[in-house]
Design a protein. Structure first.
Length: 538
């Protein structure tokens, strides 16, 4: 297809013509076509007679003059150049160039290989759009869950708080039975909310795992103790055994391990009418730096049919899915366990026969401690739930003189009147009677500008001005002065809620619904600092 016969052009013509890639030769000085091969014609529709001696713009092949000029100045860029090209029929294509500098009859030229990357770019763009849609979907899901958590936990806070306060009053036997029923039902509803949120957080990768030192026996014994009341009510024997060769102090996430065991033991107790439930831990593999343990929860309950064994770890599925089933639940507990076990580098399974009981088993990997375990008791506290943490702190509250607590000024910032009342009554129950109220963040700032408070309990979601923005402004206003502890009160429960509160300048965090012992615990953590300030103020 070459038309210039001078010098070595014939040799180049044969070489280039035999190549299956679209190739053109252009002059470095003028940027004009010197020749093209048949593959270039097939890609673009432009033949040699239409291109030779013309620039790509005169032919209509390119429109980016600036990019083409840059290409001529530095043709051998590391990643080549990408050009939007137009075929003779007007179709727009995207091409990537590979360039070799040559001399043709004393003329500096470029051999340009044009690779059509239109489909590849379209695929990459589609993948990028799909990724963006997935990220946006995850963001919307997270936002939806956060809002749902807030909307459900806010009224639950009133129900749980008031039922606890009611039970602590003088009641007749019939009234106490009603109040206990309310508290039990609210606890079931809260468990449902937590299960759905936990499953969503695990599925979206928002659940975080800790790597802390803990005592394995403490975790197992705590789970058994928590489930003992339910087992005793059904006259079931609940026992645990741990292989003596297993090292007690390990590194991992005791909260998640406890969550898995609690779920499995609760299920075993729920589906067992007589007999026993046994928790056992055996050593599966010992490495120089880690241990793989096998956990089993065995019961003598109703068992699971062979047909349903493969379905029990699926979300929202129960072995008996009929509407008249005897046993309730969301069908999420085992699905959450399965996901948590996977994240702990383990496997989960079940062996069961209908009417003969079940054995749920799972493995998990834990690191060995890199230093001596903490003997201060912090490890035991780490494995407990927030409510248990508070119980461990309660003695400090009980031994503090009532008059000292009455001097502590607490500002409750909460827009829901029922929750304001619950919080005030809970604080009074704990001996804190010097309590003020504000209905939104702006009102809180105005109140704090006029009156000194020792602790601020700040709701996060409020009209006019939310709690986090109010805290940011409050911290700005108190610069150079004593720092007042601000404790976040939130009905949201996603992974980054605590981080957002800390970033806003909040010092601690409580999730709704707020239990009395949990509130006592967080106040005990901050009261020593507050009492010093009260002493100075007095």
């Amino acid at each position: 297809m070459m038309t210039n016969p001078r010098g070595r052009i014939e040799w180049f013509r044969q070489l280039i013509e035999s190549n299956g890639e679209p190739i053109s030769i252009v002059s470095v000085g003028s940027g004009r076509f010197v020749g093209v091969n048949s593959a270039f014609f097939r890609m673009t529709g432009f033949n040699g007679h239409e291109t030779i001696g013309k620039t790509p713009f005169e032919v209509g092949f390119l429109v980016d003059r600036t990019g083409y000029a840059r290409f001529l100045r530095s043709p051998t860029a590391e990643n080549g150049y990408e050009f939007e090209c137009r075929t003779k029929e007007g179709q727009v294509r995207l091409a990537q160039t590979t360039t070799i500098a040559i001399d043709v009859a004393g003329q500096a030229c470029l051999v340009v290989i044009w690779r059509d990357i239109t489909e590849r770019k379209q695929f990459e763009n589609e993948m990028a759009r799909a990724r963006d849609l997935a990220l946006e979907s995850a963001r919307l899901k997270s936002e939806f869950l956060s809002n749902i958590s807030h909307e459900l936990r806010t009224p639950l806070n009133g129900i749980v708080g008031m039922s606890q306060l009611l039970i602590d009053t003088e009641l007749s036997r019939e009234q106490r039975e009603y109040a206990n029923t309310i508290e039990t039902c609210s606890g079931i509803l809260l468990k449902l909310v937590c299960d759905i949120l936990d499953f969503s957080k695990v599925s979206s990768g928002q659940l975080r795992f800790e790597e802390i030192s803990f005592n394995l026996r403490d975790v197992v014994e705590t789970v058994v103790a928590l489930c003992a009341v339910q087992a005793a009510a059904k006259n079931l024997e609940l026992t645990s055994t741990i292989d003596t060769s297993i090292q007690s102090e390990l590194i991992g996430d005791p909260h998640r391990l406890g969550e898995i065991l609690t779920n499995l033991v609760n299920n075993a107790v729920k589906f067992t009418e007589s007999g026993a439930v046994t928790v056992s831990v055996a050593l599966q593999k010992l490495n120089s730096d880690s241990t793989i343990l096998r956990f089993e929860v065995r019961d003598t309950g109703i068992g699971i049919s062979r047909a349903n064994l493969d379905r029990v770890f699926q979300p929202f599925v129960q072995a008996d899915g009929s509407t008249t089933r005897k046993y309730g639940g969301t069908g999420l507990g085992l699905a959450i366990c399965a996901k948590l076990v996977t994240l702990m580098n383990g496997n989960i399974g079940v062996v069961s026969s209908l009417g003969l009981g079940s054995t749920f088993h799972f493995t998990a990997r834990f690191e060995h401690p890199r230093s001596e375990p903490d003997q201060s008791g912090a490890t035991r506290q780490d494995l407990c739930s927030p409510a248990q943490d508070a119980n461990m702190l309660l003695p400090a509250s009980e031994t503090t003189d009532q008059a000292d607590r009455e001097q502590v000024r607490i500002l409750v910032v909460e827009d829901v009147m029922v929750n304001q009342l619950v919080m005030r009554r809970q604080l009074e129950k704990l001996g804190y009677t010097n309590v003020g109220n504000a209905e939104n963040g702006l009102e809180a700032l105005e109140t704090l500008a006029k009156t000194t408070y020792d602790i601020v309990l700040m709701d996060c979601e409020m009209p006019v001005l939310d709690g986090r923005e109010a805290t940011i402004r409050f911290r700005r206003n108190e610069q150079g002065q004593r720092r007042t502890p601000v404790i976040a009160i939130t009905a949201k429960a996603l992974a980054d809620d605590r981080e957002k509160c800390v970033a806003a300048g909040m010092d601690d965090y409580i999730s709704k619904p707020i239990r009395l012992e949990e509130l006592a615990g967080v106040l005990d953590r901050w009261r020593p600092k507050v009492e010093k300030a009260v002493e100075n103020r007095g």
